[in-house]
Write a protein that binds this ligand. Structure first.
Ligand code: NAD
Length: 261
């Protein structure tokens, strides 16, 4: 438990399921007050909010499309109206679309970039403005991916968005470090969430992916949430511009693990 998080306020985008939901639930366990953003799955977000309230916590679900500036600004506004302040903004919402690049429609490219990269920019901008206007320190966490480092055929739009997210995080961290605003990334490897649940339900496909992971298994959303809780807390007070890989070693060239090469 990170006692310094008690009573603090966080916004988590894309929190109706998967990694975002696990992060929001973990931060609620740390007694943070939560704005759960959802895009279309109102039930998913509301269920989590109800669960938190039943346990005596504070949470509210807010619909917003992270690719729209007015929607994102509404998330900060809600945090302040409901809970009086905002300490942490987590840009988690994301999507992917598998297509060979020569067949990738411009519209599909734009949508993935809009949600993953522009959404991260808009959330960061809204949070920065809040922190600067209130002359206070702040904390921003951007959900990236191992594909900010590892190229990924058929997912060029996704890899481009996450590669962009890496340098965006590092740049903004440098730009606002003096104001006490920390900006970090988390790069999950293969995590079992609705984005890939169908794939991992098939034992053959699960094994194919697990082979790419030195720890030889797919990760759990709660294992990503644990990294987010640490980055949210003052235990990481001297960390900014960093990306924590939560990937079972996936970025370590697993083909070389038996001394091959
Ligand atoms: P998921 O599909 O389970 O959840 C994605 C969430 O983003 C959903 O709640 C969805 O509604 C939301 N979302 C999508 N478009 C949105 C929009 N326009 N506005 C607001 N919300 C929107 O996927 P996940 O695996 O939980 O992914 C969460 C994040 O983690 C993403 O950024 C993803 O790229 C990243 N990630 C996931 C994995 C993995 O293996 N699952 C690996 C690396 C990175």
């Amino acid at each position: 438990m990170y006692t310094d998080l008690n009573g603090k306020v966080a916004v988590v985008t894309g929190a109706s399921k998967g990694i975002g939901k696990a992060i929001a639930l973990r931060l609620a366990q740390e007694h943070m007050k939560l704005v759960f953003n959802y895009h279309s799955d109102q039930n998913g977000a509301q269920e989590a909010v109800d669960q938190i309230r039943e346990n005596g916590g504070d949470a509210v679900a807010v619909q917003a499309d992270v690719s729209k500036e007015e929607d994102v600004n509404k998330l900060v506004k809600t945090a302040v109206e409901e809970f009086g302040d905002m300490d942490l903004f987590i840009n988690n919402a994301g999507m992917e679309k598998e297509t060979p690049t020569h067949k990738l429609a411009l519209e599909d490219w734009k949508r993935v970039i809009d949600v993953n990269l522009t959404g991260t920019f808009l959330g960061t901008k809204a949070a920065l403005n809040y922190f600067l206007d209130h002359k206070r320190e702040g904390n921003i966490i951007n959900m990236s991916s191992v594909h900010q480092l590892i190229s990924w055929p058929h997912f060029a739009d996704y890899a481009a968005s996450k590669g962009g997210s890496k340098l965006f995080t590092e740049t903004v961290a440098k730009e606002y470090a003096e104001q006490g605003i920390r900006v970090n990334g988390i790069a999950p490897g293969a995590i079992n969430t609705p984005i890939n649940a169908k794939k991992f339900a098939d034992p053959e496909l699960y094994a194919q992916t697990a082979e790419l992971v030195p720890m030889n298994r797919i990760g759990k959303p709660e294992e990503v949430a644990a990294a987010a809780a640490w980055l949210a807390s003052t235990e990481s007070s001297y960390v900014t511009g960093e990306t924590i890989y939560v990937d079972g070693g996936m970025k370590l060239y697993p083909e070389f693990k038996d001394g091959r090469g």
